[in-house]
Design a protein around this ligand. Structure first.
Ligand SMILES: Cc1ncc(COP(=O)(O)O)c(C=O)c1O
Length: 411
């Protein structure tokens, strides 16, 4: 009886009375289960995990030390609400030093968040009424779109295609879509394509946003992890602050995914709207974590060291995959490598989708990757695999080559 009324009570946005019963599993849950199964069936073989979207390194020991010291202080014990001023000041200085974004006001143009995921989930609350549109890019990080739909809004997905350097074609939007759109989500360096934006693209986005009166949300979660050229911020482009904000995260840049710390900066009114909905939803990140975050923002060289590791691993993996026959280019930033799937194996196994191919890879070669079928059949490989040192990295890469060579793919 109780079970029935609870089952009837679920909101439509999570499946209504069918919640928990549907056969459609969230992709990453499916991968987790498949990995467990593959390990069970091959207990003596090493599973090479190229599917993990988070750093393999821990936060720097100096950062952990700051947290330890600050956690002991009485002054840090309370609700942090919309954040401490020293973190906001450090964020402004960081934007100047790393991205040459000058003139942000730390009093009203910056606010921390409990990770960028949380910021993306909260932003639609400030802007989306039923029927309003959020423009997203696919494949991509879906959180802002999911929350838009939960609020009765609509999502228009723009595909990221190789022929457009994985940049969205804003011109393809209809006038009705432009009229109803309130938010445009862009994410460069991009998850999962690894693509980076250009200044020209950002300028085009600013112009598009002005012409159509659409707020731009630039998710820069991987921007600091640039190893070729300089990290690029949307806010460095003229006029960007008039139309939008950018989100920076300490998760990937400082190996702190579990610490939950990010900040939003840019347009004063958008930041104010975010801070208002945030205030209704959480009480801020622990002040000691924010103070450890201040240390990080004052030490951007931490990110450079991490980025060098990813760059090295990318070089090795690209070389290995090319040998197998994949068409793949080393990205300029992030830890993601994105490549199209083979057509079949020499023994005649054809692949119908990226999901099909990644299941095959896991079963036959014990290599885990993430499939994307939203805009072509691609897999995402992350160079965050566990490896103690460079020798271990080399061993893993040669093992990947050995296993894939054994199968023999036709492209
Ligand atoms: C594009 C993108 N944005 C945001 C996030 C969330 O990061 P955070 O740890 O700051 O919530 C991720 C995490 O994978 C991501 O890939």
């Amino acid at each position: 009886m109780t079970k029935t009324f609870i089952q009837q009570s679920f909101a439509e946005r999570i499946g209504g009375n069918k919640f928990g019963n549907d056969a459609v599993l969230y992709k990453f849950e499916k991968i987790k289960r498949a990995k467990r199964e593959a390990r069970k069936n091959n207990p003596t073989m090493e599973l090479i995990d190229l599917g993990v979207g988070e750093p393999d390194w821990m936060a720097e020991k100096e950062v952990i030390e700051v947290l330890y010291e600050q956690a002991k202080l009485r002054e840090n014990r309370g609700y942090a609400d919309n954040g401490i001023q020293v973190f906001k000041d450090a964020a402004v200085q960081y934007m100047e030093k790393v991205y040459q974004v000058y003139g942000l006001n730390s009093n009203n143009e910056v606010n921390h968040g409990i990770g960028s995921k949380s910021i993306l989930a909260l932003l639609p609350l400030a802007f989306i009424n039923p029927g309003d549109i959020t423009i997203m890019t696919v494949p991509g990080y879906p959180v802002m779109g999911t929350m838009t739909k939960a609020l009765g809004g609509e999502v228009v997905n723009l595909p990221l295609l190789a022929e457009n350097s994985f940049l969205p074609e804003l011109d393809s939007l209809t006038s009705m879509q432009r009229h109803k759109a309130k938010l445009l989500y862009i994410n460069y360096p991009n998850n999962p394509t690894g693509a980076t934006a250009t200044e020209e693209f950002f300028e085009k986005v600013v112009q598009f946003a002005k012409e159509n009166e659409i707020i731009v949300v630039s998710d820069a979660a991987y921007a600091a992890l640039t190893f070729e050229g300089q990290p690029l911020s949307f806010l460095s482009v003229e006029g960007a602050k008039d139309v939008g904000i950018e989100i920076h995260s300490l998760s990937k840049a400082f190996n702190m995914t579990g610490w939950r710390l990010a900040f939003v900066c840019g347009n004063e009114l958008v930041v104010k709207g975010f801070a208002t909905v945030k205030d209704d939803n959480d009480s801020g990140q622990f002040t000691a974590i924010q103070k450890a975050g201040v240390y990080c923002l004052q030490h951007p060289e931490i990110t450079k060291k991490t980025a060098l590791k990813y760059s090295r691993r990318h070089t090795m993996l690209v070389k290995a995959l090319k040998r197998i026959g994949f068409t793949v280019t080393k990205p300029r930033a992030s830890f993601y490598l994105y490549t199209g799937i083979p057509h079949s194996t020499k023994s005649g196994r054809c692949f119908t989708s990226a999901e099909d191919f990644s299941e095959f890879l896991l079963k036959e070669a014990l290599i885990s990757v993430v499939p994307w079928d939203d805009a072509g059949a691609y897999i995402r490989l992350s160079v965050t695999f566990e490896a103690r040192d460079e020798k271990e990295e080399e061993r893993i890469i040669s093992e990947i080559v050995r296993r894939l060579d054994n199968i023999g793919f036709i492209f």
